[in-house]
Design a protein around this ligand. Structure first.
Ligand code: NDP
Length: 292
């Protein structure tokens, strides 16, 4: 069989249109335009592309954005000083520190310094704690983007077995928390899964993925998940972004997996656009929280 393609590009376009309308209504009612401050340290080309994409998306959604750049030799203290300035700037509602930071900068210290109400990436321990208690303020962009993708595609997760491969703080772990909860904001149908969280020390990975109704790959290894990892009709979400000689590819062998899966996200054009979209959703939410 050939899987249905979950088109993250068009789903994110739709959601961005909704965010744009909501941001315009919010501005009309409150006089406040939501604003995202992006901090870019150094010259990493991929980071520059990501930040540019985020700025363009803000524009489409009636959200102001401003880029703050520091040199590749910036110290932790310099980045902290900038973050503190943005924390105290009432015109800024969301702060995004583009990762990775240069080696000499203590990334944890910087991320912990972002005011939790402006933490639109949802990396601050306060926001992670609220999520783990099932009362989230902001939801992390990539995993919440995936919940939106499932919801807009009518793929319910209640009672399903979801297997997540990868346990990072930004994708795998929060994804597991969200899917296991009673509700993540899009209704009980798109939560309440039974979750297996796999990683590099998992024994017999295939045995776990092959049992799953939904497989989410966030590994960072090109074409790692093959048809042999999947049961017939599984839903496959590919988070991976790997630069290869053949261009950008995901963590899933797309051609082979499409023959087995019922639905699958492509790379590019799957999860990636959703990550940016949720950042905008969180920025609008942050503006509302700070204006209330
Ligand atoms: P990390 O490197 O932080 O985590 C990778 C995870 O994969 C780790 O938990 C690791 O296990 C696990 N892993 C590695 N090798 C294996 C293996 N052989 N078997 C099972 N598990 C394994 O990556 P991220 O979560 O940050 O990112 C994952 C991918 O997603 C990357 O390609 C990244 O570029 C992409 N990404 C895409 C986004 C998007 O918007 N589309 C957003 C964020 C990331 P262990 O913990 O044991 O080391």
């Amino acid at each position: 069989m050939s899987a249905t393609i979950i088109d993250g590009k068009s789903i994110s376009k739709l959601i961005q249109k909704e965010i744009g309308q909501q941001a315009a209504e919010f501005h009309q009612g409150s006089g406040v335009r939501p604003k995202l401050a992006a901090v870019l340290v150094g010259e990493d080309p991929a980071s520059q592309v990501y930040v540019r994409n985020k700025e363009r998306a803000c524009k489409r959604c009636n959200i102001d954005s401003e880029l703050f750049r520091l040199g590749a030799d910036a110290t932790t203290a310099q980045v902290m000083e900038l973050v503190n300035r943005l924390n105290n700037d009432s015109s800024v509602h969301g702060i995004l520190v583009q990762l990775p930071l240069p080696k000499q900068v203590d990334a944890l210290q910087v991320l912990d310094a972002i005011r939790p109400l402006k933490d639109v990436d949802a990396f601050h321990p306060e926001n992670v704690g609220l999520l783990s208690q099932g009362r989230p303020r902001f939801l992390p962009c990539t995993p919440f983007g995936i919940i939106h993708l499932l919801s807009r595609s009518g793929i319910e997760t209640t009672g399903k077995h979801a297997c997540i491969v990868g346990r990072s703080d930004i994708v795998g772990k929060p994804m597991a928390l969200m899917l296991a909860q009673r509700d993540t904001g899009l209704g009980a149908a798109f939560a309440n899964a039974t979750v297996t969280l796999c990683h590099s020390r998992t024994a017999d990975l295939k045995a776990h993925t092959k049992m799953a109704d939904i497989v989410i790959a966030a590994i960072g290894k090109a074409n790692f998940i093959t048809a042999e990892h999947l049961k017939e009709d599984a839903v496959v979400i590919d988070v991976g972004i790997n630069r290869t000689d053949d261009g950008l590819v995901g963590d899933v062998d797309f051609a082979a997996a499409s023959e087995v899966a019922s639905a699958i996200t492509p790379v590019p054009g799957g999860v990636g656009p959703m990550t940016v979209t949720i950042l905008l959703e969180n920025t609008l939410k942050a503006a509302k929280l700070q204006t209330a």
